[in-house]
Design a protein around this ligand. Sequence first.
Ligand code: BMA
Length: 336
Amino acid sequence: MRQFRKIDEALFKTEPCITRYPDPVLTYKDVPYKAALTFNAGVLKKENGKYIMIFRNDYGDYEAQKLEGTNLGVAYSDDGIHFEVEPEPCFAMKDEEIMRVYDPRITEIDGEYCICFAVDTKHGVCGGMATTNDLKTFTVKSISVPENRNMVLFPEKINGNYVRLERPMPVYSRDGDVFDIWLSESPDLVYWGKSRLVMGVEDVPFANDKIGPGAAPLKTDKGWLMIFHAVDRDMDRGKNGWEAKWTKRYTIGIALLDLQDPSKVIGMSKKPLIVPEGHWETVEGFRTNVLFPCGAILEDDDTVRIYYGASDTVVCMATAKLDDLIALCTEPRQEK
Ligand code: BMA
């Protein structure tokens, strides 16, 4: 059986520059249609100041801990905290081959929205991308070969191409869940290539299992700020949430990517930025100890908002100042 490198538990402390909003910003109770777990949400801010959230909704009976299916919902907010959910789900895919889509991210690019999502098919998990102008009708642009997931589109073309981060799952040549962050380019959101590795699990001192892209990267003077999830596993972890045994912990990490060639990592915090600590992060929900960031916003006053699914159950939000995040990625003690 695979052995998991022991990581010093002292590393697992949320950085002091982080302020959590005390309550979830979205739960199933905010959703006007069938909902049980509402989590993993992409968020963006429009020029007019409105926030748009697109979230994963696993519906069923929360109290009975029974799930029936998954769709995506959309919600709007004036302050990034209080969200109003549209009356109907906005997107789902289901046919003879496709079972469901989930874990949406959202980017605004060239005057339209592009959402990235995971697609469970009968022949493997794929990464999907679709564009929309109104978040009601969607044009599916591409679905990858399996296995891939956690796609995130950069908010602008780089050197003439669209660029996405992604997380293929090489089960044959890597040992188990050892999954890394990659990048690909496209001229049209349909055909993807020039794929290259961005960061391996072994580069992240607080991961011994897998890593994956989180939110659409934020452009800063110092580089693209990449927010990602990192998984450490300990086979001794016992019952967690609804699950009889859940051995993984998902933390949130940050790194800086080169502005011209974002496959180059130019800085990374060697410690997790946010670690499961709050009630919704460690006590209640489907799979506790899971923080899954899918949205980030850089405000005009340099506050960074990070939206993350907590325990695969609700959406939470935390803030930090951009300078503090950049400092964590670049301070000399953390250079490789
Ligand atoms: C991943 C995805 C996410 C989920 C996470 C933790 O593999 O399925 O949707 O949040 O596991 O359960």
